[in-house]
Design a protein around this ligand. Sequence first.
Ligand code: ZN
Length: 658
Amino acid sequence: MKELKQLTRREMIKGLGAGTVVAALSAALPNERTNAEDLVVEQQRVKANRAFQRRTAVESFAFGDVQLFDSPFLRAQERDANYLLQLEPDRLLHNFRVNAGLKPKAPVYGGWESVEPWVEIRCHGHTLGHYLSACSLMFASTNEMKFKQRVDYIIVELDQCQRAGKTGLICAFPDGSVPLDQILNTTRFVGVPWYTMHKIFAGLRDSYLYAKSKLALDVLVKLSDWAIAHTRNLSDDQFQKMLNTEHGGMNEVLADVFSLTGETKYLELAEKFCHRALLDPLTQERDTLDRLHSNTQIPKVIGFSRLYEVTGDTNYLKAARFFWNTVVNKRSFATGGNGDGEHFFPPSDFERHLASAKTMETCCTHNMLKLTRSLFTLEPSALSVDYYERALYNSILASQDPDSGMMTYFQSTRPGYLKLYCTPFDSFWCCTGSGIENHAKYRDSIYFHDANSLYVNLFIPSSVRWQAKGITVTQMTVFPDSDVSRFRIAARQPVRASLKIRHPSWCTEGTIKVNGNLFTTSKQSERYIDVERVWRDGDRIEVTLPMSMHAEPLPGSPNIVALLYGPIVLAGRLGKKGLAPGTDIIINERTIGDVLKDEVTVPRLRGDVEKVLQQVKRSTDSSLAFRTEKIGDPFDVDLIPYFRMAHERYSMYWRVGE
Ligand SMILES: [Zn+2]
């Protein structure tokens, strides 16, 4: 992919307005609030938010304005919803109650939540945070009260725990506040306590934003105040030393607390949570990512992007943009995933890492999509959506077991290996947590808008209600099985607006018809095609974006390629050797690569890349199924989209040549 632009006009007007608002807030706000002051805070919050909005060029739509129709995405959402309802809040709350001196109401879950060998990572309680986010997103997506009821129940419980605990801290570590006390005292500590706390902070934020729980904001503010009080005495050096340990997106979520309350003390803490060891080189556009833990870095950078949004400090934007370009263009596999054994490796070493079963942690892609989305709202670009689409289909949609609804940890590039999924009640990996969020929010990035334009980013059957313009746009498509998408406008009255249809990088020539007549033929990809006119009720748009077979070499290895049809990575079906039903659902992610490692023959494809592409034939039915013809050595192979591959051995990269 090409790079995102390096300079924008928006950068020139850095800090416009918001600095003043922030300074005013800082002077005006006392620490303790009375009811009358609540109103002032609310007014200032609105003002502060207005200032932030100057930096976002586009807005997303409320979940309630977007409907999903039948598609793999809707089915993934339904499986996720089903799983969320099987989890028991009282079990997730177990340790929170114990730490508050309250009697637990149900036994604790296993896996990362309580048992060996994971006790030392101190991720206890991370699932509850993700669960709050997922149920809140699911409520916003479906409007089903049972998700809101679960959120409300948990928030009431957490409020009770917070009151009983008296300090403001709520946590589920088996040794109470000890891991946090130790990391704050810079004494010896275990695990990743701030990483875990970030999930709880974020769950409370999402409960407020998506499930409308006012109480969640109160709990979040008290928890944030606890964080301020307990980090107050750290010197800058001590703080930075603390940040050498994984701490999720603490800078991001505290920037959110600032924007929700208008209180600058949270912004100050958010900025303290910026890890200079990453921020400084990124600001200087230096790539120092080799051997760093991937999922530790990405959330910090989401925080940088968010901090640009709320402060206008262009160093944050520069850092976020450089990181994105580096990871997407130099450090990603064809599916949009990155890393091996959770770590970035030197970009010259892809071939060596290809045989690993521990490439591409799903959380990393989850977070890269969050970062992409954040940057897109600041600087809308069809190029960044190309990455979003690539990773959404080939990693996120690909991460869910179509039968059990369970989720992948690594998505292995090892030729002949397979996807392994978590168990429902005994794993609770990081990727289980981010996974339950993934499938609850597909509708958040299909459409965006500014004052006059509707951005159509993804080709997913759906509709969007654009209230400001009084129109609803309905998209009907079976993409990627077909390259035609049809849109219909419902308008209360004629209205002028622009529909910006994305022309993706994988399509050389797209055509757009309006009401059956050719509107334009576009030969320039990686941009939006502007369809501006006065829209009337019943208007129809037909978008044809032909896909073709193409090869993408493994970085640095021109003779090892992935095969793609449009944005869809195709994987070769290599059978079920050694695989009995259910054996690909595992408790312990650490065994990935050690289990089910039967020898499997992976054919090489004879001929140069051009010949290989000619000899991959599409089946005549409508599904995206292909087969190599007379080039496979020792045998030809069936290819299907990687996102449809499950319970079967596969390869997504092929050696080509004579
Ligand atoms: Zn993970």
